[in-house]
Design a protein. Sequence first.
Length: 567
Amino acid sequence: MKTLDFKPKMISALKNYSRQTLMADVMAGIIVGIVALPLAIAFGIASGVSPEKGIITAIVAGLAISIFGGSKVQIGGPTGAFIVIVYGIIQQYGIQGLTIATLMAGVFLIMLGVLRLGTIIKYIPYPIVVGFTSGIAVTIFTTQVKDLLGMQMDSVPSDFIEKWGAYIYNIGNIDPWSALVGIVSVALIASWPLLARLFHLSPLKALPGSLVAIVLMTIAALLLKEYAGITSIETIGDRFSINSTLPDAVVPALSWETIKSLVGPAVTIAVLGAIESLLSATVADGVIGDHHNSNTELIGQGIANLASPIFGGIPATGAIARTMTNINNGGRTPVAGIVHAFVLLLIFLFLMPLAQYIPMACLAGVLVVVSYGMSGWRSFLAMLRNPKSDVTVLLLTFFLTIVFDLTVAIEFGLICACLLFMRRMAETTDVHAVLDEIDLNEDADMERGNLEHLTIPEGVEVYEINGPYFFGAGNRFEDIMARYGSRPKVRIIRMRKVPFIDSTGLHNLENMCLMSQKEGITIVLSGVNEKVDAVLRRNNFEQIVGADNICNHIDLALARASQIVNC
């Protein structure tokens, strides 16, 4: 029995830990904490919860992921990918439903890690990942149009198409000052690195454009309100009451009915969290030259998603942008992630009340830029040049994410992935007939001596299977035999290149042998390897085909066929 694959990088990273590494981690952690602040607030609000819940998630989950995770530099917290699913769960099941679904997702993630499924998660087809990531980006952008332009609307429909219809209908209700704040925020965030170089603001270059935009737009909104009497710019304080006290740990009441109803959303959170965290860890490995432990990372993500909702947080996972910020600023161990969590804690305790003055349009601008970064439109367009099956999966996953929801898209995507895998695996098995002579130059299942070829006797047909004998191969075998339409006395099936046979292949082979016997045709198997032979013997295949008709190599099989023909 395999042991539990749980080896947090925190333990190995502290070996030979130096003062120089500590200083680099502390500086990186401080910068990442500052970068994470506006994103945590924006993701929290966009997900349908209060802004402090986004920061609490970044603190609690970020700390757990750094301590228990399988990557040295992973930074965890709320991400844009969860906005759509979290918002939908809250609308349907409320905050308590979200809490229970997140706890369940944490359990699922731990189970994935314990069962060593970390490497399997990474093999989810790329078209599915690109499809629902791009779909999430479009959905996030759509949800932010109202706040970005300051539209005066009583309510915003949840349906994608209805939402755009409502935006068009209310196009005349745009607040120009809010729209100005939103558009300037987007422009400032996008151009901040260039502006910092042009105006020689080197000390400020490390600051994220989102934080710069929030500070400047908040000041601008306060000045406009104080000196120009402009009060139409909605702020966080106008919509939420800010609470800067740490919540108590609370475990929600659980019932079997609630758990059953939330299995789908919980699986979606778990799968999405697993994919995003492992993708982030893999990207980080390529930069720092390390190898993360996928199973440990999933267990760490599971622990984080158990801890976060207990303290009022939302789902969390590894964040690629914050992880890359950590690496680029010198972070090389989980200590940087721990520092990032404590920086956010200090901001939460002492500066959180100031968040009430941040314009909603500015936060919408932050998320618009995030959605652009998530869209991966270059990868999306490049995927359209791939085979039609990949393009179909890409577009269907993309549109299902937008029109329906992420749960439907992921479920459909995984089903498509399984079906495509089955189809492509079936296509790898080649079945063909060998006519007249058998070339022995590359054969490994016979004893040829000085011969270069063997002649197939009259009344004997030889078929060769090249690849696994499982679903699909049996049907192809029958098609090949039907194409020749003859009724020989013996059919030799060469299985020297069959690495394994599954229950479906065994069933098809058994049926074919029984049907051949009814037609007076004897089946002889040639070149069966030990693994396949063991499967045949366990299923008493010798009783069907006869022990003498299972041969080690082709010359014995031909000799046996000649003996049967001449009887």
